[in-house]
Design a protein around this ligand. Structure first.
Ligand code: SAJ
Length: 426
């Protein structure tokens, strides 16, 4: 079996490597020559648990290689980004470009699978494009007769940091343009998926993926709204959530400085954009989560302004714990805004980078390690719950003014108990 994976990013590369481990010959295609060279030298350009060992193994064995040019194969997997424009309109340009590339080498019997998170109807658009570009091939669902190729939508569901485990263990939803397409894609996924593989239509599978991430976004928005209410009412939100979650049918997620990453902060808009009149809850959740960033900036700024001259450590830039991914990161947005306002008073601690991102250029803020931050900074703004931060014991935090947006230090005493001046009312 020969498989081509188009797009060697956070999903494409781990997927390509896992398929290569089954013994299939896998070719990963990427537009970046740097990514192609890195993979071909057995290395990885992204940080993901155990991915480096897996990639070096399958490259050494000759089952995975990368290129910028496509080749014929039996199965094509599209794993390219689907960003949105300023008006939240989804941009499926990369998907259509990938389909165009595939069309050039497509032959009878091939299977084309779209994995990128996409608006409902995208797989049908891929089908229409392939039909247009390859009039010599019978495409599924267009004619009453059998088709020459199979086309399916099979969304990824993996969690960064657990990608290699979840690629294999999670259930997969496989949506065919026709039931026969779904069955052909199913045969492929059974090679490496241990979870259940459930077949449906491509439209239902597309909506399922968007629904999963919108569900999470709405639930995080609830937690973020609660944290603002609790601040107003001077109650510890973490305690309230812990207590409420003792109810057998309540399961509140964790508040934070906002929602980041390239999925949950993006995908709900695909639903809203498709039908604004019928999606007020999903839209509001997005707005609540985005507004949390400004709220955190305002509270942190009040804390910093009240202590002139005191250095401030912003702990974390990643969009969530224990990863190096800064895409759509609320922590990055908060820290850059504070750096812009308070300049060299701001020190950033981020164990997952060696240099501050370009957004900090000219602000005067610096990158320091956690030990230096503990020594030099009287104010600590916790933005990411990296394990390294969680492990800082109480005696190293005593006497510091802490704004913990992630609730990683439940033992941090209330400011009054430190014998400090009357604490700020934020
Ligand atoms: N977050 C909170 N509070 C929480 C949980 C998360 O503030 O209680 C924040 C995180 O800090 C982060 C953001 O939400 O900024 C998203 O993190 P996440 O861990 O919820 O999700 P992602 O973006 O890493 O991965 C999600 C997953 N989707 C669901 O859990 C429904 C994953 O399974 C998907 O494969 C992935 O999106 C994707 O690619 O779509």
């Amino acid at each position: 079996l020969k498989v081509v994976v188009v797009g060697l990013g956070y999903i494409g590369l781990p997927t390509a490597a896992v398929i290569a481990r089954t013994g299939a010959k896998v070719l990963g295609i990427d537009v970046s020559a740097h990514v192609v060279e890195t993979v071909n030298s057995g290395k990885v350009h992204i940080e993901e648990v155990d991915l480096d060992g897996l990639v070096s193994g399958v490259v050494a064995r000759g089952t995975l290689r990368a290129a910028t040019e496509i080749e014929p194969a039996d199965v094509f997997v599209i794993a390219v980004p689907t960003p949105f424009a300023d008006d939240h309109a989804p941009n499926i340009g990369y998907v259509l470009r990938a389909a165009t590339t595939i069309a050039a080498v497509l032959k009878v019997g091939d299977v084309v699978i779209l994995e990128s998170t996409s608006p409902v109807g995208t797989t049908e658009k891929v089908r229409d494009l392939l039909a247009q570009l390859r009039p010599d091939l019978k495409v599924p669902g267009k004619t009453g007769e059998g088709s020459d190729i199979a086309i399916a939508y099979c969304p990824e569901r993996v969690l960064p940091g657990r990608i290699l485990v979840e690629l294999i263990d999670n259930d997969r939803v496989i949506g065919g343009i026709t039931p026969r397409c779904a069955r052909k894609a199913l045969t492929f996924y059974r090679r490496f998926v241990r979870g259940a593989c459930v077949t449906t239509t491509s439209r239902a599978a597309e909506m399922t993926k968007l629904t999963e991430n919108a569900f999470r976004d709405v639930n995080i928005a609830f937690a973020n709204e609660l944290s603002r209410l609790a601040d107003t009412m001077e109650v510890d939100v973490w305690e309230v959530i812990r207590l409420a979650n003792r109810h057998p049918r309540v399961n509140i997620l964790s508040p934070g400085p906002g929602v980041g990453g390239h999925c949950i902060a993006v995908d709900p808009w695909f639903l809203v954009h498709a039908d604004p009149a019928n999606s007020p809850l999903i839209r509001t959740a997005r707005e609540v989560n985005d507004a949390k960033i400004e709220y955190v900036v305002a509270r942190a700024a009040a804390l910093i302004e009240a202590r002139p001259g005191v250095r401030v450590a912003c702990l974390g830039l990643a969009f969530k714990a224990n990863i190096d991914d800064f895409r759509e990161s609320p922590a990055l947005k908060v820290a850059t805004e504070l750096a812009r306002r308070f300049g060299s008073r701001i020190a950033v601690v981020e164990p997952y980078t060696n240099a501050l991102p370009a957004a900090f250029a000219g602000t005067g803020a610096g990158l320091i390690d956690i030990d230096s931050a503990i020594e030099q900074c009287g104010i600590m703004i916790v933005l990411v719950d990296h394990d390294m931060f969680k492990s800082v014991p109480l005696d190293e935090r005593i006497g510091k003014q802490v704004y913990d947006t992630r609730g990683i230090w439940p033992d941090q005493p209330a400011p009054k108990a430190w014998g400090e001046p009357e604490p700020l009312r934020l």
